[in-house]
Design a protein around this ligand. Structure first.
Ligand SMILES: N[C@@H](CCC(=O)N[C@@H](CS)C(=O)NCC(=O)O)C(=O)O
Length: 223
């Protein structure tokens, strides 16, 4: 069975949501955040100390968007759930773009905000960096806003793993208090994504697993 190392509402939420969409069997191993500091033994499993960490047989993966792509192929090779977009489909490029944009363009700037507004001790906080990268993130929403003014999802006219990747970035932004500044089409999209049953199941799964494994169900990175 696939094993997913996860911290509450961290980027590992992407593969968790994906597993729930696929209805695939998995074992969720919860860690306190940040595991590098609070569970040093985790470094023996994943030397990076980051989450997600996926184990599937001999396979080991640390990139949340790549894991979503992997899970689609691994558990749904015929793409019955439609979470992948195939190269012969017109939406293939948009799908890959969304899958990567969710992490590289829309999540990374928020980690700078988190670090310099919240995690660092007061003497190392950088309010200017946090403010600049908040603005940077909000400006980068223009790209998906333009797409979402024309269609409900990012690619191929259906919900896919690209929406999970970008959806997690919006989930993090929401936790940072930025949802009120989402452009209208992005705000409506974020509401749509939260209506998905698998999204709700993933929230319940992480909450229940955290309680069962003695980890706080609060999101330690932002709450
Ligand atoms: N690009 C990677 C980033 C993984 C990552 O940095 N995860 C964060 C949590 S969201 C982490 O583990 N932070 C703890 C640390 O850096 O020690 C991905 O998309 O999965």
């Amino acid at each position: 069975m696939v094993v997913l190392y996860h911290c509450v509402s961290a980027r590992s939420f992407r593969p968790l949501w994906m597993l729930e969409e696929l209805g695939a069997p998995y074992e969720l191993r919860m860690l306190p955040f940040p595991p590098r500091a609070l569970q040093r033994s985790y470094l023996e499993i994943n030397p990076l100390g980051t989450i997600p960490y996926l184990i599937d047989g001999e396979t080991r993966m640390t990139e949340s968007a790549a894991i979503c792509q992997y899970l689609a192929e691994r558990f749904d090779p015929d793409n019955l759930h439609g979470l992948a977009v195939r190269p012969h489909e017109p939406g293939f490029g948009a799908w890959l773009n969304g899958l990567h944009q969710g992490e590289a363009t829309l999540t990374f700037p928020q980690t700078i905000v988190l670090r310099y507004a919240r995690f660092e001790p007061d003497e190392r906080k950088l309010p200017q960096a946090a403010e600049d990268y908040t603005r940077w993130f909000l400006a980068r929403l223009r790209g998906i806003d333009a797409v979402l003014q024309q269609q409900d999802f990012l690619s191929a006219g259906r919900f896919t793993a690209a929406d999970i990747s970008v959806g997690y970035a919006l989930m993090l932004a929401n936790k940072l208090g930025l949802a009120a500044q989402f452009p209208a089409a992005v705000a409506a999209y974020w509401q749509r994504l939260q209506q998905r049953e698998a999204f709700g199941r993933a929230l319940v799964a992480q909450h229940d697993a955290a309680l069962a494994q003695g980890v706080s169900p609060q999101d330690a990175s932002v709450d």
